[in-house]
Design a protein around this ligand. Structure first.
Ligand code: SF4
Ligand code: SF4
Length: 84
């Protein structure tokens, strides 16, 4: 069965979102290793978890480095609006 894990939190004015597609994720840890802000860590089941989402800049480095297209970053819409 396919499933998404929504790793979202509310943190002040910025709410980036990181979704892990568990059906494709092989728990390799590459996204965890490459996150420059140390946002991600391995959960009890081995899948990446955004344990410090407040520190996420929305750079999408984790998404770009995932060899299995299993992680998707959605930058906060309000943050984009404030840049107009
Ligand atoms: S890089 Fe991709 S496959 Fe590897 S742990 Fe992260 S989301 Fe899963
Ligand atoms: S978008 Fe950037 S800061 Fe956020 S979890 Fe991914 S690599 Fe880390």
């Amino acid at each position: 069965m396919l499933a998404y894990a929504c790793l979202r939190t509310i943190c002040g004015s910025i709410m980036n979102r990181v979704d892990v597609y568990k059906g494709w994720c092989k728990k390799c840890g590459i996204c965890i290793a490459f996150c420059p802000r140390k946002v991600l860590s391995a959960g009890e089941d081995g899948f990446p978890v955004a344990t410090d989402i407040e520190a996420c800049t929305g750079c999408r480095w984790c998404e770009l480095r995932c060899p299995d297209f299993a992680i998707v970053v959605t930058p906060d819409e309000h943050a984009e609006d404030t840049n107009d």
